[in-house]
Each structure stands twice: as C-alpha cells, then as structure tokens.
Design a protein around this ligand. Sequence first.
Ligand code: CMP
Length: 142
Amino acid sequence: MAIERTLSMIKPDAVAAGNQWAILEHFRESGLNVVAIKRIHLTQAQAQAFYAVHAERPFYGSLVKFMTEGPIYAQLLEGENAVAHHRAVMGATNPAEAAEGTVRKLYATNIERNACHGSDSLKNAAIESAFFFSGSEIVALG
Ligand code: CMP
C-alpha cells in the first residue's frame, strides 16, 4: 500500500474538552505519524476559506462560527493509505452513526461538533496541507 499524507484537524470542541492529546495518540497508535503540527485559532476568513466547498450548505454559517470559537490543532499525518485510513479511524461524520472505538464515537457531540476533520481525497489532502503548512514546516520522518 502507498504511503500517503493527509490533513487532520482536531476541532474546537475536542480542544476545549482537553481531548487533543488522546485523539492525537489514537491516530498515532493506528499507524499515522505526525510530520507537521500547529495549534491555531482560525479567523472567520480562514474558516470560511477552509470550508468554502460547503459555502452553499445550510450549515455553513454555523460551521464557521463553531470552527472559530477556540483553538484547533492542525496536523499533517503520514502513513500507509493515510487518507482512507484516517477517515476510518475518525468514524462517520455524524457520531450517532460512527462505529464503536472510532474517534468521533468516543469524543464527538453531534454532526457539527464532531471532534475532528480529515481530508477526503489525496488531491484535497495536498490543498488542505498547503492551507496550514509551508514546505519548511513539514519534516519527513527520519
Ligand atoms: P468535516 O468532516 O470537517 O466536514 C464538514 C463539516 O461540516 C463536518 O465535518 C461537520 O463539522 C459539519 N457538518 C457536516 N454536515 C453537517 C450537518 N448536516 N449539519 C451541521 N454540520 C455539518
């Protein structure tokens, strides 16, 4: 299987609850390694831009408000089949539908306040990685 990189975010709900390190460890124990990471409080403009693909959806305004209510952690994770693997470890978008043992089943509150985000394709992983990290902030594993 190919080694890939995927953009992962731990959202304001999970950070406010102090669950960021447990979630990060969950990802790491599943075989995903951190090649870049930052703690950042998104501005409204940044959250709007990150989720621009959802601009026409009814939940967009609420999502932007949620994503700016406190700091997040953004990390670039590397591992085998990382995009699909990370999404499987996160679980379904709606925690009510997430499988037992997934991050969202363990830590999310509802479909909006769902603890984490992961890129949905290799193409979007590259776009979302560039949103948070410059080349020199990404350090390959030795
Ligand atoms: P994420 O995987 O980051 O992608 C888009 C986000 O929008 C999603 O997680 C949720 O936080 C939010 N979202 C998706 N669907 C809904 C919905 N039906 N109602 C409210 N928020 C949603």
